[in-house]
Design a binder for this molecule. Structure first.
Ligand code: LMR
Length: 330
């Protein structure tokens, strides 16, 4: 064969090989989150990975980075917008710094009497309208995930609102949570989730709030002598994805991923309460913390102290939104 022809053949072959390699190299989804793998969110992220990789025959590879391994709270939102990671599931309390403060409505104390009321909001038009607000930030909301209702902890018993006076309490970055702690007479301090254990251990803060699953998997109960099961507020998540990445996916891949997400979401909701019950039990069994189940009388006093926060935060979260949620949650 003529040398020129051979050369042309070689070039063509090389191009075909590299095209093939390109065509076959999987689409990578980096999914970063801040909690442990054995939490509701951590397990659901793993479930999504398995479902997504199976449904796309390996054309998509999901890399889950738990425990703030890649980024802390605020950094991960920046990383998502920059496209350094593709997927996150931040708590609804963490969207303020992104400029979507309406999500903080979920932090209002005693907003949802139960999970059914919550689902009427997240799965209905309100949930959709909140996701629509992410669009302008280059983000698509894929699903709402649960954690649960929060407990309060410190090194002293927290029975009545007066017990909070002067305590330094760690909160997430939400202004509603700030108002909640101030309404109890405490001094709120925003800290990244990854810094909470050490801050409690060294006394930088005196106490905090979270559902039991987060408390237990971060070992916070080892550095907190008292936990009050108050269920005063809700903690949930929005699974979000970089919009440019999502919109740029081949349509068949995108729909497979959406289906995998829907299945992972059903799973997540099914395990959240169970995990929190188990975590509370494990905290009790550890013997390191005294667990106080709030009495009706104590709850009435907390409610009286905390309900005014709804009115105070009405302007921040939006009066109409709050009205719609209150109506749906009834
Ligand atoms: C926290 O920062 O306290 C939690 O929201 C962490 C999480 O994502 O559950």
């Amino acid at each position: 064969m003529h040398v020129r022809k051979l050369q042309a053949l070689a070039v063509g072959l090389a191009a075909a090989i590299s095209f093939n390699a390109w065509a076959q190299s999987p689409i990578i989804i980096k999914f970063s989150h801040v909690v442990a793998t054995d939490t509701p969110k951590g397990q659901a992220a793993e479930r999504f990975k398995a479902l997504a990789e199976k449904a796309t025959n390996g054309r998509v590879k999901v890399e889950v980075y738990p425990n703030s391994q890649l980024y802390k709270d605020k950094e991960e939102l920046e990383a998502l917008q920059l496209g350094a990671v593709q997927m996150l599931a931040p708590s609804l309390a963490k969207f303020g710094p992104l400029g979507v403060k309406e999500f903080e409505v979920f932090d209002l104390p005693y907003l949802f009497p139960n999970k059914e009321a919550l689902y009427r909001v997240t799965e209905g038009p309100v949930g959709k309208s909140l996701f629509a607000k992410l669009d302008a930030k280059g983000i698509v909301g894929l699903a709402y995930w649960d954690n649960g209702f929060k407990v309060m902890s410190a090194n002293k018993p927290l029975l009545m609102p007066a017990d909070f006076k002067g305590l330094k309490l760690r909160i997430q970055s939400s202004k509603v949570l700030d108002a909640q702690m101030r309404a109890l007479g405490a001094n709120p301090q925003v800290l990244a989730f990854s810094e909470v254990y050490q801050a409690l251990q060294t006394g930088v803060v005196d106490g905090t709030e979270n559902p039991p699953s987060n408390m237990y998997t971060q070992k916070m109960h080892e550095v907190q002598k008292h936990v009050t099961v108050s269920n005063h507020g809700y903690l949930g998540y929005a699974v979000i994805v970089n919009k440019k990445f999502w919109d740029g996916l081949p349509a068949d891949i995108r729909s497979s991923l959406a289906k995998a997400m829907a299945e992972a979401t059903t799973y997540e909701k099914a395990i959240a309460q169970r995990d929190n019950n188990m975590a509370l039990d494990a905290i009790r069994k550890s013997g390191k913390t005294t667990i106080h189940m709030q009495t009706a009388q104590e709850q009435a006093a907390w409610r009286a102290a905390l309900t005014p926060v709804h009115k105070d935060m009405e302007r921040r979260v939006g009066k109409e939104l709050l009205g719609a949620i209150t109506a749906a949650a009834k």
